[in-house]
Design a protein around this ligand. Structure first.
Ligand SMILES: NC(=O)C1=CN([C@@H]2O[C@H](COP(=O)(O)OP(=O)(O)OC[C@H]3O[C@@H](n4cnc5c(N)ncnc54)[C@H](OP(=O)(O)O)[C@@H]3O)[C@@H](O)[C@H]2O)C=CC1
Ligand SMILES: N[C@@H](CC=O)C(=O)O
Length: 350
């Protein structure tokens, strides 16, 4: 059965997913029985278009590229323009809401309400938006379960690198007592570009150009984005209700090129490291710059790559590294969520 998708937000990541769905259409159908149809896009600035019979993905991408707006999408008797995000979620014939609006690191809104409304209206959600998972994980996971709907959020930690599914799939059976990692692509990219000679502002600009940075890059450089990911890991992987306020957090704004170059001379590297440690029934967590020995596995992670180490009681220390940001990579994280949606949907008969 075709899966109808509605996009809430249509920036770099949303458009990257559309390209992937077009490029891989044949193998998604033949190998995963995943046949998708885009029925709606609703974006706060780019406008909205809905067609219950489906939008042409290439025409949609061309329209955005040409006009930076979707309301120029060609008219047909069944297209409707101007629906806001909530009307799209409630009234479209989408099976899955692809929530790719911006991450709000203060309130998590309106993304939390987008997810809540979707579940209440019988829709599943795949998202890369960290707000709902960091701030409302327990409530939304319970609601999705109650309504028998799927909630996928693999890309909220380490983009397309499977940091969240790994502990639940191939590491299942272990007790994880400690997690550490580099969880923000923008800052890691900036640190390594500055090691190569760029100034702070130049490195930030380049990270923005490459689509790594948040809409407001303060979230990256002050450590708020990494803090959200740390909270997600605590709630989802360690099953502990950590909040943002519980995380001791500092960013990378104090770093200079001189500090980075001096560290290299001393065979060390500065990295923005997240740490979580189970401690007598609670979890201690922090995000901040650390001066690591150059042989430390985290010190060797460069560019927009991220890495995470799970300390497991049976399998020992497991290191996973891969893209922490990037449009295609994050688009992939939504694709893997959609593939899992399709599998679960068949099992649940929904
Ligand atoms: N880029 C990356 O590498 C990664 C991104 N993410 C997350 O994925 C999400 C999307 O990222 P990305 O595509 O790069 O971001 P963009 O800023 O490119 O796109 C977000 C889009 O959502 C729109 N938007 C904002 N608020 C609303 C709203 N209330 N309703 C509908 N649309 C809205 C924005 O409009 P406008 O621009 O006009 O504000 C923009 O077009 C973010 O939450 C980000 O944190 C997660 C992992 C990696
Ligand atoms: N801005 C974020 C994007 C992914 O979450 C980052 O740089 O890691």
């Amino acid at each position: 059965m075709t899966v109808n998708l509605a996009f809430i937000g249509f920036g770099g990541v949303g458009q990257a997913l559309v390209k992937i769905l077009m490029e891989k259409r044949g193998s998604l159908i033949s190998e995963h029985d995943l046949d998708t149809r885009i029925v709606a896009v609703s974006d706060v600035m780019k406008g909205s278009v809905y067609d219950p019979n489906g939008l042409d993905p290439q025409v949609l991408l061309d329209t955005v590229e040409t006009w930076n707006h979707v309301e120029k999408y060609p008219e047909s008797p069944t297209t409707i323009k101007g629906w806001d995000s909530f009307k799209t979620i409630k009234e479209s014939n989408a099976d899955v809401i692809v929530e790719v609006a911006f991450t709000n690191v203060t309130t998590g809104q309106p993304a939390i309400d987008h997810c809540r409304t979707a579940f209440e209206y019988g829709k599943s959600v795949v998202t890369t938006n960290k707000g709902p998972v960091a701030l409302a994980y327990k409530e939304l996971a319970a609601l999705a379960k109650d309504k028998q709907r799927f909630w996928g959020f693999e890309g909220t930690v380490m983009s397309g690198t499977p940091a969240l599914r790994l502990p639940f799939t191939t590491l299942a059976g272990n007790e994880i007592s400690e997690i550490k990692g580099i969880l923000n692509g923008t800052t890691n990219f900036m640190l390594t570009e500055m090691e190569k000679g760029l100034e702070y502002e130049e490195a930030l600009k380049l990270a923005q150009t490459k689509g790594y940075a948040e809409a407001d890059p303060t979230s990256d450089v002050e450590g708020y984005d990494a803090r959200y990911k740390t909270v997600i890991l605590a709630n989802v992987v360690l099953d502990y209700p950590l909040t943002s306020e519980d995380v001791v957090c500092s960013g990378m704004t104090s770093i200079t090129r001189e500090m980075l170059l001096e560290a290299i001379k001393q065979k060390k590297r500065w990295r923005l490291v997240s740490r979580l440690k189970s401690n007598n029934g609670t979890v201690d967590a922090s995000v901040g710059l650390e001066l690591l020995d150059e042989n430390d596995p985290l010190a060797t992670v460069s560019g927009a790559l991220n890495a995470i180490v799970y300390e497991c009681d049976l399998s020992g220390s497991i290191l996973l590294t891969g893209a922490g940001a990037g449009l295609k990579e994050t688009g992939f994280s939504l694709l893997i969520d959609l593939i899992h949606y399709q599998k679960e949907r068949k099992l649940l008969n929904i």
